[in-house]
Design a protein around this ligand. Structure first.
Ligand code: FAD
Length: 416
């Protein structure tokens, strides 16, 4: 089976689905195919995360993350409300538990203000009023944080795309690419799709897809697993709303946090351990080929040299349960090992530069016929509708649809 389309999107996570939606909402005559290798939408990062709609607190002012998180979070909350996806504004606390964290808490407060996020400084007594079981000496209260179910958002987007006439294909892995006239031919087990523009939203596989499409991505993907625990039901009352630690400024991760989900369960995590396969959800998921490639890669060796101390701490905390519990007790001293049980994981697609640095900001690269999303870690779920609009506008440029590109930028994207 062969089909010609304007845009072929590879990857049916939040970013791929949001991109297809943004294209079809702005230009209903466009033809769009979404190719997803798994049998369902949102099977990887988009369905294995903390379900937090972030406020925009953490991100370097001027970065793409800062630009797209706050407005993107509001867009996501509106989308959920309009599409019957559960959502609740819960707010959250970022809690300093030791005096040496106070300077970093202050820096975070300033950063939040620079990003237009409303933050309120709390002292010990004010923390106790909101979260009586949390031990903190100071905290930031952030009102604009919300909880949702991003798996549910994926299903809502897919339903909308069906109504908009998209060609949605699950079990459709993009295997290889060839060129034919003004089209790129995407080969899948079920046939080929000939596209004027290819959008690569393949998450954990995005660097491989960029290479297969003939490009030379500036970064490679390193999978970092985030493991969760769950608090046993009788102890859920230890926490009212999400509580985060002060993040380590050397790492692009937010630290192990405690998050009440909308279904009433309370999750603790995620940590950040190197995964041994791109879809390495457990220690026993091992891809020897990937490991051999990583071992040969000077960038990954540089990364290992730089972060070995962090790595050892995180791996110990993953393998030695009392160390995990000890860390949670820094935030909630009353919690005991028997109150927690392991509860699944997600794997982050984290980009690493050629010199072994962890890339903090979103990375979207463009070639004349393709757009590659090469780094979309948290808060990309929060910002997914806006990232989708950004990619749609870029795709319209490539399709010579300047008016559609302008209207998407004006209607959806913040201009600062
Ligand atoms: C543990 C964890 C916690 C997180 N918490 C949050 C949070 O609370 N809030 C937040 O905003 N963000 C969070 N994130 C980040 C967020 O989940 C991701 O940024 C977002 O889901 C990325 O979406 P995506 O569409 O780029 O990737 P994915 O959801 O991974 O989608 C990529 C898709 O591409 C498909 N694919 C790959 N290769 C091919 C191929 N060859 N052919 C066809 N399909 C292919 C995959 O099967 C997959 O479905 C978290 C992430 C993790 C891992």
């Amino acid at each position: 089976m062969s089909r010609a389309v304007d845009v072929a999107v590879i990857g049916g996570g939040l970013l791929g689905l949001a991109t297809a939606r943004a294209i079809l909402c702005a230009e209903p005559r466009a033809s769009v195919a979404v190719l997803e290798k798994e049998g369902r939408w949102g099977a990887h990062q988009s369905g294995h995360n903390s379900n937090v709609i972030h406020s925009g607190l953490y991100y370097t002012p001027g970065s793409l993350k800062a630009k797209l998180a706050r407005v993107g979070g509001e867009a996501m909350i509106r989308y959920c409300e309009e599409h019957d996806v559960p959502v609740r504004r819960t707010g959250k606390l970022v809690v300093a538990t030791t005096f040496d964290q106070l300077a970093r808490l202050g820096a975070l407060e300033a950063r939040g203000q620079a990003n237009g996020v409303t933050v309120q400084r709390l002292d010990r007594r004010e923390i106790a009023e909101r979260e009586p079981h949390v031990a903190g000496i100071a905290a930031l209260a952030v009102a604009d944080t919300a909880m949702t179910d991003f798996g549910h958002v994926c299903r809502a987007l897919a339903a909308e795309l069906t109504a908009l006439g998209a060609d949605l294909r699950t079990d459709s892995q993009a295997l290889s690419f060839t060129e034919s006239g003004d089209r790129t031919v995407v080969h899948t087990p079920g046939g080929e799709v000939r596209a004027r523009v290819v959008v690569n939203c393949a998450g954990l596989h995005s660097d491989k897809i960029a290479k297969a499409a003939g490009d030379r991505p500036s970064v490679r993907i390193m999978p970092f697993r985030g493991e969760y625990a769950e608090i046993r039901p009788e102890r859920r009352g230890l926490i009212n709303n999400p509580v985060y630690p002060v993040p380590d400024p050397d790492l692009p991760f937010l630290g192990v946090h405690v998050t009440p989900m909308l279904d009433g369960s309370v999750h603790v995590g995620p940590n950040a351990v190197p995964a041994l396969a791109r879809q390495g959800y457990r220690w026993r998921d091992i891809d020897p080929r990937m490991l051999a490639e990583l071992a040969r890669d000077p960038a990954l060796r540089a990364l290992a040299r730089r972060f070995w101390r962090h790595g050892v701490t995180e791996i110990s905390r993953s393998l030695i349960w009392p160390l995990f519990v000890r860390d949670v007790r820094r935030l909630i001293p009353e919690i005991e090992g028997k109150d927690l049980r392991r509860h699944g994981s997600g794997v982050r697609a984290q980009a690493v530069t050629a010199t072994g640095e962890l890339v903090d900001d979103f990375v979207i690269s463009r070639t004349p016929r393709a757009i590659h999303v090469l780094n979309a870690p948290s808060p990309a779920a929060t910002s997914s509708l806006l990232i989708g609009s950004q990619i749609a506008a870029d795709a319209f440029d490539q399709l010579d649809l300047g008016d559609a590109a302008r209207s998407v930028r004006q209607a959806h994207l913040p201009n600062r």
